[in-house]
Design a protein. Structure first.
Length: 292
């Protein structure tokens, strides 16, 4: 399917679900300011077959405003409830372009995220009894000149989780004005956040059939990678080193996330974050993945 709007490209539609590729800069849902142009409203107009909303799209999950990529909506309440109930079994993989050279081929970041009441920014907590458990895994797909292309997997879905974790590791996502600090690249357009939800997998809410969608890299990402490859000899692929890690991470994601939220004792974890946040990495999770 190739239906487009300013807010999304239609990827899949049936009687129960709609999957779209969200454009960057579009809110998934309105804020208290009650914005009129949001993804949920545009998908509702798609279902309504007109500009007047007569049929509501049901929200299952969200992406940050500046993050592009795959989002699934339910066409009715029963489908929404089934998707939400089984959401711990889903698969989410993001493409991220980050500043600097990431030395490890794969890693797992574990912390507890809290929100600053004044700025509303997220950060890793300093104490184990604060905030929400957040687990992020990544593999390095390619090392470029002063940047890296990562595949990132969420085991928990906290607000701004990927952006915070990578920034605290010293490799902010390019174009991230909120958490990016000095993370800039002369070949990247800072108006675009270098984060894209490229793959989404889940069971169909009616049939139970496994569904998997993958957009590949957006055009801006492909152009940047191609330009960076031409820039010099520092580009380095790590597909061979990380293919196995990606497969293992996918296989273990569901079981790991369930243990992380249910178990009550702590184990050692590998957390690549600033020194003052590493104390927050002792969690209630079993974390079998280690730095590879």
């Amino acid at each position: 399917m190739n239906r487009h709007s300013r807010a999304f490209t239609l990827v899949h539609q049936d009687d129960d679900i709609v999957v779209v590729d969200k454009a960057p800069g579009v809110l998934t849902v309105p804020t208290p300011r009650r914005e009129r142009f949001t993804l949920v409203d545009e998908v509702s107009r798609l279902l309504s077959k007109g500009t007047r909303i007569t049929r509501e799209a049901f929200v299952v999950h969200r992406l940050d405003r500046d993050t592009s990529g795959l989002v699934v909506f339910a066409c009715h309440r029963a489908a929404r409830d089934r998707l939400v109930d089984a959401w711990h079994e889903h698969e989410r993989v993001y493409a991220a372009v980050v500043a600097g050279r990431v030395e490890v081929d794969a890693d797992e970041i574990v912390s507890r995220l809290v929100t600053d009441r004044r700025t509303l920014q997220r950060r890793s907590a300093h104490h184990d009894d604060e905030g929400e458990l957040a687990i992020t895994r990544f593999v390095v797909d390619e090392r470029l000149a002063d940047a890296c292309l990562l595949s990132v997997q969420l085991l928990t879905g906290r607000r701004n989780q990927i952006r915070v974790h990578l920034a605290e590791c010293g490799h902010p996502i390019l174009g991230d004005e909120r958490y990016g600090g000095c993370g800039r690249h002369r070949r990247w357009d800072d108006r675009r956040l270098g984060l894209h939800a490229r793959a989404l997998g889940f069971a169909h809410p009616r049939t139970g059939a496994p569904l998997h969608f993958d957009t590949g890299l957006p055009g801006a990402f492909r152009a940047f990678v191609d330009d960076a490859r031409r820039a010099g000899p520092r580009a380095e692929t790590t597909a061979g080193a990380t293919a196995g890690a990606t497969e293992r991470a996918t296989e273990r994601a569901t079981a790991h996330a369930a243990r992380a939220t249910n178990t009550t004792h702590t184990t050692n974890t590998t957390v690549r974050a600033p020194a003052d946040t590493r104390r927050a990495a002792s969690t209630r999770a079993h974390t079998r993945g280690r730095r590879r």
